[in-house]
Ligand binder design. Structure first.
Ligand code: 7TS
Length: 409
């Protein structure tokens, strides 16, 4: 039976608001951050109202309750992505910090001058800059899988790059600009065959369709709670236990140690070795509630709903003369439609859309190299989630016609 997704809108208090008198919010910016359902907001309120204490430390009721809720969230997230053990789930601040953890800890203890890291031309800056820093510091080499004219990764070029004995292949599962869903399982298998390990940027995939790290055989995967109906300030680095346990700590301080002497320390076991200092406790609890919420709807169902939305969006936008949607056809694409409007700057487009209540993003979306490759400075992006409706896409199309009218195009 097909689910009626409009019912879920009531779970998100913010979706009921007007952004100006009489102008209803149409939120089409979930690739930047998703909205939060009441159950997530309430779970964090409940922690602060009833259980607030530091974790892993005090022997009192509140500390035990807080610790239990924090660790339950880790277990929920482990199950959600199919990890073998909860200790393979490291809480970080976000996808960016998770990738930096790999770059600082794994890469600095495993890579030497001349070693090759393969990235792609469609990466978000957070999977580029940590490797630039390492290239400058260590002299590692970076190569990039090109993006084809169809908005896909050039798999032939990838297989050629693999012949150069890379140590690491790091790529995004789904592009935040093109919407491209990359064939992660095949790409990871090919990386392993070439003797490399694979880091998957799951920032745009984990929130939108079922992702199973064991099925993918990912060595590392990074993602953020705030893009999957959870709070800001918390993300995850998943890592295979064998890799994580061999890695040196990233940040030093409390909680990440077993013993400290004046001149030395003994690191803690996984996952605590990588969680220095008081973590984002309320956020971890909110993250657990977010995963429960998504699971109660079903990731398969969310993926089907977003597929319908993107197909309808492509149909509607392609009908408007001068609007050019970036990226592949719907069959390779998740719920992201970035586009240009001929002769009109994306900031002007989004400003007029905003006046109609539509929240979209304009700019390079932290993917400047990709925009350079596409020979454009910027684009306007509408991105969808489980709470969006076909009627909102109709509003987007109508507002774009108004944009063209205002600018006389
Ligand atoms: N990787 C991808 C593919 C992303 O889309 C983003 C955020 C990140 C990494 C970084 O995530 P963070 O939680 O560490 O910030 N993307 C976007 C976006 O498209 N608009 O705002 C943030």
């Amino acid at each position: 039976m097909k689910l009626n997704f409009a019912q879920y809108r009531n779970d998100f208090p913010i979706l009921g608001r007007e952004v100006r008198p009489g102008i209803q919010l149409v939120y089409l910016d979930s690739a930047a951050t998703s909205q939060k359902p009441l159950v997530v907001i309430e779970s964090m309120n409940d922690y602060y109202r009833n259980h607030n204490a530091n974790i892993h430390r005090g022997i009192h009721v509140l500390a035990e309750e807080a610790t239990q809720a924090y660790e339950e969230s880790r277990q929920k997230i482990a199950r959600f992505i199919g990890a073998r053990h909860a200790r393979e789930i490291i809480f970080t601040r976000n996808t960016t910090e998770s990738i930096n953890l790999v770059a600082y800890s794994w890469a600095r203890s495993n890579l030497k001058r001349g070693d090759l890291v393969i990235l792609t031309e469609m990466e978000h800056h957070s999977n580029l800059v940590p490797w630039h820093i390492l290239a400058e510091e260590r002299g590692i080499r970076l190569e990039f899988i090109p993006v084809t004219d169809d908005g896909l990764l050039d798999q032939e070029a990838y297989h050629q790059l693999l012949q150069q004995n890379p140590r690491l292949v790091a790529f995004l599962h789904m592009s935040n600009v093109l919407g491209t869903i990359n064939p992660a399982k095949d790409m990871i298998a090919a990386a392993h065959q070439a003797g490399a390990i694979a880091l998957l940027d799951g920032a745009q995939s984990v929130p939108h369709f079922p992702v199973d790290v064991q099925d993918l055989d990912a060595d590392f995967m990074a993602f953020s709670a705030h893009k999957m109906v959870g709070p800001t300030g918390i993300g995850v680095l998943y890592g295979k236990e064998s890799l994580l346990s061999a890695m040196p700590p990233f940040l030093g301080g409390g909680d990440m140690i077993k013993k400290v002497h004046l001149h030395s320390f003994v690191p803690n076991d996984l996952p605590y070795k990588f969680e220095a200092g008081t973590p984002a406790i309320a956020e971890a609890i909110g993250f657990g509630a977010a995963v429960d919420y998504l699971s109660s709807i079903g990731m398969e169902n969310i993926a089907i709903h977003e597929r319908e939305l993107i197909m309808y969006a492509l149909e509607s936008l392609n009908e408007i003369k001068g609007v050019d949607v970036l990226g592949p056809s719907a069959s390779h694409k998740g719920g992201v439609a970035a586009f240009t409007v001929k002769g009109i700057h994306p900031h002007d487009v989004s400003q007029i859309l905003d006046s109609e209540g539509l929240a979209v993003r304009a700019g390079h979306h932290c993917a400047m190299p990709l925009h350079e490759k596409l020979n454009i400075q910027a684009s306007t992006r509408a991105s969808f989630y489980l709470y969006n409706t076909p009627e909102e896409i109709d509003k987007l199309a109508a507002a774009l016609l108004k944009v063209k009218k205002v600018f006389g195009e």
